[in-house]
Design a protein around this ligand. Structure first.
Ligand code: PLP
Length: 376
């Protein structure tokens, strides 16, 4: 069975789970926000919603994002979604036809690859280094290929946690103008910085007409809300709102958006994010310490934010094979192969530090060490 965004047996420590732990899901906060919003006696809350999402919600979201990003976000550039996964699907529907070419990073978020495959797209991988997507490699590929879009996770990437440098951001946006492709910037970890503030977002770098930024409450509040946003030029948002899906069903997720609006307006989301970041910072440090202690041969960079440590095991030929052999040790992870559209990265594995507390993270790495010592 493929474990993607699902729960895990109690006796297994599964480092693949890239979602907030149960201890971090803010039931109380949602209870308060729901009571606040439902107490307003506004039946419109239960009506079909405005196609772009309610103006009040987008106003509150713009305020929260402007503060979090440190640069102004306009509500006119925002469109409410059911999360990034749904936004990607909708953008593929709008922008592509089967057989069209798109570029992704290698490694990239493996479940986005599934969405692109659903749309029968031709996926071409671009290499990544410590400064993120290698834009020179993109330039070279552009000589022969005409992608509809480049899908990038520019900040605290999933799975590698690398961040695209400012100069590469500038070059990428320039190239999108000259070659006429869109940049789909999946910025799901943008607000989750622990030890270094990321550079300006692609949307703010220069001419933004070809940049589409994707955001979500999944990692900063709760994934079950299925609430996110697209930030893009109004002309693109108009195309999205003209879709049959919205014409028939109205705006996406209006009820939940209104509850979250209360959370944003009351400043509760900002407070919660501050607490969340302190927990993730500590978990990232604990996982890193455990790796240094138990697996001194493992190669990895300390993450500055996000959810993951991307580990290379030089003594292992294929981490997918190792994963099967590790079953008796009750520890699992996502092997590098999963993150590669070209079947590479076999010496890598992705460890998430978001789901488990410090003690469980250490225990998981200890199990890895015991398994590796017996098997390799
Ligand atoms: C890079 C990336 N994009 C998107 C998602 C999913 O986002 P959402 O829950 O908003 O669909 C994830 C979750 O793991 C992710 O890591």
């Amino acid at each position: 069975m493929q474990i993607a965004q699902v729960n895990v047996p109690a006796d297994l420590i599964h480092f693949g789970v890239g979602q907030p732990g149960f201890d971090l899901l803010p039931l109380d906060l949602l209870r308060r926000a729901a009571a606040h919003r439902l107490g307003q006696d506004e039946p419109a809350l239960l009506q079909y919603g405005l196609e772009t999402g309610s103006g009040y919600f987008r106003q509150a979201l713009a305020g929260f994002l402007s503060q979090g990003y440190g640069t102004a976000v306009s509500p006119d550039h925002l469109f409410t979604t059911n999360g990034i996964s749904q936004a990607l699907d909708m953008l593929c529907t709008l922008l592509t036809r089967p057989g069209d070419t798109i570029f992704v990073e290698d490694p990239t978020y493996f479940l986005a690859l599934d969405i692109f495959r659903d749309h029968h797209l031709r996926i071409i991988s671009l290499p990544v280094d410590d400064d993120g997507l290698i834009v020179e490699a993109l330039e070279e590929k552009l000589q022969a290929e005409k992608p509809v879009f480049v899908y990038t996770i520019p900040t605290f990437q999933n799975p590698s946690s690398v961040t695209l440098s400012l100069s590469r951001r500038q070059r990428l946006v320039e190239l999108s103008q000259t070659h006429g492709f869109y940049v789909l910037a999946d910025e799901v970890y943008q607000l989750l910085d622990y030890t270094a503030v990321p550079p300006q977002r692609l949307f703010h770098v220069s001419d933004r007409s070809r940049v589409i930024s994707l955001g979500s409450f999944s990692k900063i509040l709760a994934p079950g809300l299925r609430l996110g946003w697209i930030e893009a030029a109004p002309a693109l948002l108009e195309q999205l709102t003209a879709s049959g899906l919205l014409q028939s069903g109205g705006g996406l997720n209006p009820f939940t958006a209104e509850i979250v609006r209360s959370l944003l307006e009351q400043g509760w989301q900002t407070e919660f994010l501050t607490r969340l970041k302190a927990v993730y910072r500590s978990r990232a440090a604990a996982l890193s310490r455990a790796l240094h202690h138990y697996l001194p041969d493992a190669e990895f960079a300390e993450p500055d934010g996000g959810f993951f440590i991307w580990v290379k095991l030089p003594q292992v030929a294929d981490t997918a094979v190792l994963l099967e052999q590790l079953r008796p040790y009750h520890v699992a992870y996502h092997p590098g192969l999963k993150f590669s559209a070209q079947q590479g990265l076999r010496q890598f594995l992705r460890l998430s530090f978001a789901f488990y507390d410090e003690a469980a993270l250490e225990e998981g790495v200890r199990r890895l060490q015991v398994g590796l010592a017996a098997l390799v």
